[in-house]
Design a protein around this ligand. Sequence first.
Ligand SMILES: [Zn+2]
Length: 78
Amino acid sequence: MSDELSYIGNEEEGFAIPCQIKIAEDCAQVGAFCESKEDACQWVEDECWISSGEGHFCLQCNDQVMRNIAKLATKKTK
Ligand SMILES: [Zn+2]
């Protein structure tokens, strides 16, 4: 088991957590750049990004996932 999430950035620019799935047209793409990985992680938590266990994805993508699931559910009943 790994607690290591995927971050982008470096010591100079700071760290940010990218959206893991990027499927929404209005996807946030990446969280805010923060001084530390902890801060970057805190930022996505504050923004209520969804944790998938391996990474995080933004609320816009979460909405898109929900819409996709709803579509599939509708197809099945027809
Ligand atoms: Zn996204």
